[in-house]
Design a protein around this ligand. Structure first.
Ligand SMILES: [Zn+2]
Length: 122
């Protein structure tokens, strides 16, 4: 479904570009009012495609979000800068679980399990 959304966006971009050129051209010396009508139709079709693309891509991301487990981590924890307290291996979201309301880390590298404590604010 996400690919369909991207295709809709690309088509919309091409349509809008040509439509704008047509409308701009219609105001020129060699322009024709028929170009303006065609351009307006193209603009409308482009906007419909953008709407369709947005619908397709948001529905795709919504289903992806439902799969991921929502973690309520204590504040001030930056996942990308977290390292295992035991071996220093970088930790990622899949290493973190919630147990009794506390965020627990199970290091994928050395297997150590411990609770995440909030870093002091300086
Ligand atoms: Zn470790």
């Amino acid at each position: 479904m996400k690919t369909a959304g991207i295709i809709a966006y690309v088509l919309a971009g091409i349509l809008l570009m040509f439509s704008l050129l047509l409308i701009l051209g219609s105001f020129g010396a060699t322009g024709d009012s028929a170009w303006r009508i065609a351009g307006l139709i193209g603009l409308g079709a482009g906007l419909v495609l953008i709407y369709a693309g947005a619908r397709l891509t948001t529905s795709a991301t919504k289903t992806a979000q439902n799969v991921t487990v929502k973690l309520d981590l204590p504040g001030n924890i930056k996942l990308d800068s977290m390292k295992c307290a035991s071996c220093g291996a970088p930790l990622d979201a899949s290493d973190i679980t919630l147990a009794n309301g506390a965020a627990m880390v199970k290091c994928h590298s050395c297997g150590t399990t411990y609770e995440i404590t909030e870093e002091p604010k300086w």
